[in-house]
Design a protein around this ligand. Structure first.
Ligand code: SAH
Length: 265
């Protein structure tokens, strides 16, 4: 077991939200930290594992609202380590997936602060678990692509749609709620079938979890109608067709079937 030495930093994956989905190592580091810098996505249940006296610093960023910019976060982490603290930088999911880990690793290394990563369960894995499906499918879905559909303010979403429309791949779209309609339209324009199975999973593993099973040509409509304010992941591909979870949004189910009838009729 690695010791948590004062003056060092751990980038810790908090997983998708359910405290039971933390690794044992993550839990130990949280309990040993003297200060925890955490994201907006880290759930209350996980923060409660910290011992009384641990300083909890919210440095979260939510879409459109940056409470602290990345450089400020880097500087805070480094300063705390140089002051001799045991620093945990706690991030949703896995720190190495769409988690700005590189900037923080580099900031630490530049300041000669020892830094390590404790991996976590990423949202795509949690979302697949929520719908009871595999992300890959032998002989059919041989590839898993993790992609972010987050565009910088004022910029267009620029992705290689032709590659993403690969029928042999499962796509896990992070930060894709706002762009769901565009993602669907672009994939279809690049040759993806309109009836490709899609699952939208909001708040995967958390008490407010919502699941919607739909198809690519209905994704734009569904996302707008189904999703609340929580983080949501979009899974797209043949493997997702094996999902067993029933949608937990019956009203939306009706909206989608009405649309399907209109499309067919
Ligand atoms: N490092 C994280 C991803 C950070 S990007 C990870 O590995 O999971 C933030 C995006 O992750 C959100 O916009 C959403 O698309 C996804 N996400 C994170 N937690 C989620 C959850 N509990 N349920 C659904 N999607 C989630």
């Amino acid at each position: 077991m690695t010791e948590f030495t004062p003056g060092t930093v751990w980038l810790v994956g908090a997983g998708p939200g359910d405290p039971d989905l933390l690794t044992r190592k993550a839990e130990r580091l949280i309990r040993e930290a003297s200060v925890i810098f955490h994201d907006a996505l880290v759930s209350e249940g996980i923060l409660r594992l910290a011992l009384p006296g641990t300083r909890l610093v919210h440095v979260g960023k939510r879409a459109g609202r940056h409470s602290k910019d990345q450089r400020t976060i880097d500087a805070l982490i480094v300063a705390a380590a140089l002051a001799g603290e045991r620093v945990v930088r706690l991030k949703g999911g896995d720190p190495a997936i769409f988690g700005r880990a590189t900037e923080e690793l580099e900031a630490c290394r530049e300041a000669c602060v020892p830094v390590q990563i404790c991996p976590g369960i990423t949202a795509a894995s949690a979302a697949a678990a929520s719908i009871g499906a595999s992300l890959t499918l032998r002989g059919l879905s041989r590839k898993l692509t993790l992609v972010t559909a987050h565009a910088r303010a004022g910029e267009e979403l620029s992705l290689d749609w032709a590659r993403l429309a690969d029928p042999e791949a499962t796509l896990a779209v992070y930060m894709g709620k706002a762009a769901a309609g565009e993602v669907a339209a672009q994939l279809i324009a690049s040759g993806a079938a309109g009836d490709t199975p899609v699952a939208l999973i909001e708040n995967a593993s958390l008490p407010g979890e919502r699941v919607l099973l739909t198809r690519l040509d209905l994704l734009g409509l569904s996302a707008g109608a189904a999703l609340g304010r929580g983080p949501a992941l979009i899974l797209i591909g043949a493997a997702i067709g094996a999902a067993s979870a029933r949608p937990k949004t019956p009203a939306l189910d009706d909206a989608v079937s009405a649309q399907q009838r209109r499309d067919e009729g």
